[in-house]
Write a protein that binds this ligand. Structure first.
Ligand code: NAP
Length: 286
């Protein structure tokens, strides 16, 4: 894919804004669309053009990325009155990087095929910092030829992009990853609360965990957040609750998963806007 290939980007939230900015910085002509037009200002000022609808965006570019909240957003953007499927001309590449169900990906891939387009599901692991620095991990489902075409673009967004097989497999891998994330968040919270119950200091425990075989970037960052009493969302608890529901709908019924899914659903109404590690506050209240 040449540096002149025009790229479209839909969804300028916490993740979509820095990701599209990276493609712009890499020299691609970028056009953007966001449901709420005020969020297009940053990209417009950085040199992107702004489209008035998903259909108008697709008509003007070769490749469109989506980075939006959920299944409903994806359906509306594809099938709405000025949606992607209304755009003329076959042969475009549609790359959905949102965390959504494998089912919606299969539906959108089928609809895209009827228009002569290729659809990839390509959700990511990593958060805003990794999006800004191009260090995401990208899980891809769909046709191998689409993956090959997208690889030079993925190289600007992530440190690893892996093709996992047919449509929906990227979404399934992402749900498996976020299941583990749920286990780790709740596991850390329970370990810290147990230690506190016995008057052990949180800073001692987090320091021990960080230097032990259990140490990881995730446990280190979340341990620091608990110590600083900082629950501002890097990854919102409500988004993880959504992902755990999606995983459950795909057959995640193992014992640990049952518990974690239930805990996050219970915590969501009061703590959904806070970070995933706010699960500690929920457990503490109980
Ligand atoms: P966000 O900041 O809440 O942004 C959501 C985006 O989706 C906005 O552009 C929003 O448009 C758009 N949207 C929502 N509903 C829509 C609809 N019905 N029609 C059209 N557009 C709609 O979310 P984010 O943090 O960037 O996350 C985006 C995706 O990446 C999610 O699937 C999330 O699970 C996943 N993800 C997030 C992280 C993270 O750390 N944040 C990490 C990995 C993966 P408006 O501006 O109009 O609301």
């Amino acid at each position: 894919m040449s540096a002149l290939t025009p790229i479209g980007w839909i969804g300028l939230g916490n993740m979509g804004t820095p990701m599209s900015q990276r493609l712009l910085n890499a020299g691609y002509p970028v056009a953007v669309y966001n449901r709420s037009p005020e969020k297009t200002v940053t990209l417009r000022e950085a040199g992107a053009t702004v489209a008035t609808s998903p259909a108008a965006l697709l008509a003007a570019v070769e490749v469109v990325f989506l980075m939006v909240s959920d299944d409903q957003a994806v359906r509306e953007l594809f099938t709405g009155p000025a949606g992607l499927l209304q755009a003329p001309g076959p042969g475009k590449l549609l790359i959905n990087m949102s965390t959504v169900s494998p089912g919606v990906s299969r539906e959108m891939a089928d609809l895209s095929r009827t228009q002569g387009h290729t659809y990839l599901d390509a959700p990511v692991s990593g958060s805003v910092k990794q999006a800004e620095t191009g260090q995401l991990v990208i899980m891809v489902g769909g046709e191998e030829s689409g993956f090959t075409q997208a690889q030079p673009l993925f190289a600007h967004l992530g440190k690893q992009a892996r093709h996992l097989g047919p449509t929906g497999n990227g979404n399934l891998a992402k749900l498996a990853m976020n299941t583990l994330l749920g286990f780790q968040a709740q596991g850390l919270a329970e370990a810290l609360l147990f230690a506190r119950q016995h008057q052990l200091k949180t800073e001692d425990l987090t320091a021990l965990i960080a230097d032990s075989a259990l140490g990881s970037v995730f446990l280190k960052l979340k341990g620091e957040a608990v110590l600083a009493d900082n629950y501002q969302a890097a990854f919102a608890l409500k988004l993880l609750a959504k992902d755990l529901r999606l995983a459950q709908a795909e057959g995640l019924t193992t014992p640990l998963a049952e518990t974690v899914v239930q805990t996050f659903q219970q915590a969501e109404p009061a703590l959904g806007e806070e970070d995933v590690i706010a699960i500690l506050k929920h457990l503490e209240r109980q």
